[in-house]
Ligand binder design. Structure first.
Ligand SMILES: C[S@@+](CC[C@H](N)C(=O)[O-])C[C@H]1O[C@@H](n2cnc3c(N)ncnc32)[C@H](O)[C@@H]1O
Length: 456
């Protein structure tokens, strides 16, 4: 019979004595027999207690993970990463947005949300996204649901159904509440309900939080039902004052290209001359369509005009008659520039009755399809993706992309698209970072969650 060598401590059997010697000389000594039995028993007991819910094993704290759908230039990313959450994935169909995103956050976004296969992506705690609203912009239009883009909300849900994130933060224009006679919002609510999310809507605008831009938007906060604590999230009330000047570049630092010249300057100077002729208290409304007045239409032509056009011409008459000689002289002098582009002949004076020493250059001026719109300089006009860059009248210049970045609460070190037109469009499309931060912080505080050290 072969001799066996047994370890007195753990009971292990060796065929050769040398093996036993090596075993006994191990750096980490073997465990005594009784200890392993006790350990086994303890493990079994712990498993039993976990099963009965008597104890709970928590994961190690970790940063929350989010995915940034329809990421644009990352308004949501700015907000969530400032709280310590980490981005897992981003996605935008616009190549230029993707480039700006990668430059700033070192993440290469996917190019089409419709091509994302949920099973192939990592899990996340949060989905955020300002889903496109173009398809929703036509009230009562039946295309609302047949337009491909109208269904992009469903792409968010496709991922949510599979991954069941704890929270979703979504954003859209206010109009979404009304489109299709309310069918769109009803659809969204039903879908969230069906897949076990509790929805709370917030309407907010940067100007309510000390930022000089009026931009009403709807934020959707969706909380997974098993996490929902049955109480409503409250947004803080801001007491921050708007300090308009904080958002302006220093005039001496602004590139020459932003200052207006040529036709647009000529046109505004022409209108300014007329503004100075009006009596204090004069009301300049509705839109003055001066070329329509001087186009020598016959009575028959006038009768064939569209109703709205006839109405404007008729409503403009009293103001034109009151200052007739001055209008005539003025129009003769500036006819060429006023007729050069249709919008040059239309003035939308939205700043109330004429004030002492009034001037078009005291305000913001927005050249729009509907005319030269003049707005109070207390708030910057709402940034929109369609490039109608506002002119800051006082300095006779367009607002700069960096000023747009500030109005959208992006940090000073944000790397913008080098092409100004693209940068204006991207900021016009973005969410206001400060507003998103307010919504997300209120939600996470409400659930006592620190996104930097999240414990499952
Ligand atoms: C309202 S913007 C969102 C902007 C973003 N929240 C930000 O802060 O910049 C909507 C974005 O959706 C993108 N988009 C439209 N269709 C898409 C698709 N099929 N897949 C991914 N992105 C899409 C657009 O290019 C646009 O940038």
């Amino acid at each position: 019979m072969v001799k066996q060598h047994i370890c007195d401590r753990c009971g292990q059997i060796f065929k050769q004595k040398g093996h036993l010697t090596n075993h006994l000389n191990r750096k980490t000594p073997c465990k005594p027999v009784e200890n392993s039995i006790v350990e086994e028993k303890v493990k079994e007991k712990i498993q039993e207690m976990i099963k009965n819910g008597e104890i709970e094993i928590k994961d190690k704290p970790r940063p929350m993970k989010f995915i940034d759908l329809f990421c644009g230039i990352g308004g949501f990313h700015q907000a969530l990463s400032s709280f310590g959450a980490e981005c897992n994935l981003a996605c935008d169909i616009d190549k230029k947005c993707r480039e700006v995103y990668e430059n700033n956050y070192k993440i290469k976004p996917h190019s089409d949300v419709r091509k994302i296969i949920p099973d192939n992506i990592d899990d996340m705690d949060i989905i955020c996204g300002g889903f496109p609203c173009q398809a929703f912009s036509n009230a009562g239009n039946k295309k609302t649901f047949s337009d491909d883009r109208g269904l992009l909300f469903d792409e968010i849900m496709k991922i949510a159904i599979n991954k069941k994130p704890k929270f979703m933060f979504l954003e859209n224009v206010k109009h979404i509440l009304k489109v299709g006679n309310g069918e769109v919002i009803k659809y969204i609510k039903e879908k969230l309900e069906k897949y076990e999310y509790i929805l709370q809507l917030f309407e907010m605008s940067p100007h309510n939080y000390g930022i000089p831009q009026q931009r009403e938007r709807i934020y959707f906060v969706c909380v997974r039902k098993d996490i929902y604590n049955g109480t409503k999230i409250q947004l803080p009330i801001s007491t921050k004052k708007v300090i308009f000047e904080n958002y302006l570049d220093k005039k001496e630092d602004i590139d020459k290209k932003y200052f207006i010249d040529g036709d647009i300057l000529k046109c505004l100077e022409a209108w300014d001359e007329m503004i100075k002729i009006f009596d204090v208290g004069e009301k300049i409304s509705p839109t003055i369509m001066i070329n329509e007045h001087y186009n020598n239409h016959s009575e028959e032509e006038f009768n064939n005009y569209a109703k709205w056009r006839k109405e404007y011409i008729t409503k403009n008459k009293p103001l034109i008659l009151k200052y007739k000689d001055k209008w005539d002289k003025w129009y003769k002098k500036h006819r060429e520039i006023l007729q050069k582009r249709e919008i040059y002949g239309k003035l939308e004076w939205q700043v109330g009755p004429i004030k002492p020493n009034d001037s078009i250059f005291n305000y913001f001026i927005q050249p729009r399809q509907s005319g030269i719109r003049v707005k109070k300089a207390q708030y910057f006009p709402t940034l929109v993706a369609i490039v109608q860059v506002p002119i800051y009248g006082k300095e006779k210049r367009y607002i700069t992309p960096r000023e747009c970045a500030r109005l959208q609460s992006f940090p000073e070190n944000f790397i913008m698209d080098e092409d100004d037109k693209k940068a204006y469009k991207q900021f016009g499309n973005a969410v206001n970072v400060d507003n998103v931060k307010t919504v997300i912080k209120a939600t996470l505080d409400h659930y006592k969650i620190n996104p930097k050290e999240y414990v499952n």
